[in-house]
Design a protein around this ligand. Structure first.
Ligand SMILES: NC(=O)c1ccc[n+]([C@@H]2O[C@H](COP(=O)([O-])OP(=O)(O)OC[C@H]3O[C@@H](n4cnc5c(N)ncnc54)[C@H](O)[C@@H]3O)[C@@H](O)[C@H]2O)c1
Length: 402
């Protein structure tokens, strides 16, 4: 599909957390970056007519609808941006691809491997007709993470031996926190594993260029029953919104696993919603034969780098302030030292997506790459169910074809 007058008319489904983050990015991207096409915030979809009208007004969308099928089938929509929970990703993405639209879908790609396979296959078919698709692993687009990847790709770490990744939250430590959609498997697919574990799986594979080949895992659901929410809501739901009735938590609260990467590295991963005091603490450290790097999302403008080729007396972790024009994504932003934040990762995501679509190349992570993450999630679940037995990660279409 080509763009119309160099305009990409976007239709977005879902208007809460990610809907707001994506809106901010769509609003900003063409004002910051000089791109071959402009995004137009054409149509937003939500299930409640009044709320979606408010959201359209607040977030800056031209029109609104309560029917995502109308959105994906409208001839004047070029891009479908999916910001709904995982239970609707496959249905919306498949319909959008069948209608020839470019698709940006939030992570994790789907709730099951079967859905993810179908989506990756549909994306490959649609690609022949010019439709592009991408999954929203936005942390790849934090400049310090992109710099980490560059350093590793340039050989500055030598042979990668260790990958250490944690993603820690605490928003459901209170057992009275209600049973929101993220705690129901039929809506979310899994718990901490697919929600935040998927990010560190993708991020570490992206920066190292290595794929997880097998895992041994434990998962736990610490609080097994929770009050039903007064009204189903997302991360912002408050415990005092809960009623007297309760329901079972059907996902993991925490997932921890060790892994082997196909380039020879050993890795540890921890994803939990029970790390009391940790709000959104994503940290990755990588150790190689020639050096180490460490990234902490709470200090996202910084990258720690140890260069072990320097004289021993001068070695130590250097704090690189990743705000130079030479650093990834940053030449369009502010003068050096004028830091950026969380939302910028989404603006960078939209930049890469628009550029790929407008120039006719495949954006990354593709649905095939996101399927591979789904296969890792599946291996973790299988291993945990089998008392932590080793579970090999099934080859995805991408690796099988390679
Ligand atoms: N990239 C990230 O860092 C990140 C962060 C949070 C969430 N996510 C992902 O984004 C997606 C949405 O999460 P969220 O936190 O924005 O959830 P949310 O609960 O804040 O918002 C979900 C939105 O989807 C709408 N919705 C649900 N089902 C729908 C349907 N059938 N038709 C139309 N609208 C529907 C809801 O009304 C709401 O507007 C999930 O896949 C989640 O994993 C990604």
């Amino acid at each position: 599909m080509s763009t119309t007058n160099n305009e990409l008319r976007v239709g977005m489904v879902g208007y809460a957390f990610m809907g707001a983050a994506h809106s901010q990015a769509w609003r900003t991207v063409n004002r910051v970056y000089d791109l071959p096409a402009r995004a137009r915030m054409a149509l937003i979809c939500g299930r409640d007519a009044g709320k979606v009208a408010d959201a359209a007004d607040r977030l800056g969308w031209d029109e609104h609808t309560t029917d995502w099928r109308e959105l994906v089938n409208r001839p004047d929509i070029d891009v479908v941006d999916i910001c709904t929970p995982g239970d609707s990703h496959a249905e919306i993405a498949l319909a959008a691809l069948a209608a020839g639209k470019h698709v940006l879908c939030e992570k994790p790609l789907a709730n099951t491997v079967a859905e993810a396979r179908e989506m990756a296959a549909a994306a490959a078919t649609a690609q022949a007709g010019g439709a592009r698709s991408m999954c929203g692993f936005n942390y790849r687009r934090v400049p310090a993470v992109a710099l980490m990847r560059q350093l590793i790709a340039d050989g500055r770490l030598g042979e990668i031996r260790h990958v250490r990744a944690t993603y820690l939250q605490d928003w459901i430590v209170d057992p009275q926190f209600p049973l929101v959609w993220r705690l129901r498997k039929e809506v979310s697919g899994s718990g901490a594993l697919g929600d935040i574990g998927a990010h560190i799986i993708d991020l570490t594979q992206y920066v190292t260029g290595q794929r997880i080949s097998g895992v041994s895992a434990v998962t736990e659901t610490f609080v097994k029953e929770r009050p039903l929410p007064a009204e189903s809501s997302g991360l912002a739901a408050q415990a005092d919104g809960a009623g007297a009735a309760t329901g079972p938590v059907t996902v993991d609260d925490a997932a921890i696993f060790v892994a082997r990467l196909d380039g020879g590295a050993l890795a540890t991963y921890e994803a939990t919603r029970f790390a009391t005091g940790r709000k959104n603490a994503l940290r990755v450290e990588i150790n190689g034969s020639l050096g180490s790097v460490a990234f902490d999302l709470e200090r996202l403008n910084e990258l720690e780098f140890l260069d072990a080729t320097r004289p021993a007396a001068e070695q130590g972790f250097n704090r690189i302030l990743v705000t130079e024009a030479e650093h990834p994504y940053l030449s369009a932003w502010w003068p050096p030292g004028h830091i950026i934040g969380y939302e910028h990762s989404f603006t960078h995501q939209m930049r890469d997506f628009i550029e790929a679509v407008a120039t006719g190349v495949d954006p990354s992570p593709s649905f095939a790459e996101a399927l591979q993450v789904q296969l890792v999630l599946d291996a973790v679940t299988r291993s945990a169910e089998l008392g932590s037995s080793w579970a090999a990660v099934e080859p995805s279409m991408a690796t099988a074809a390679a």
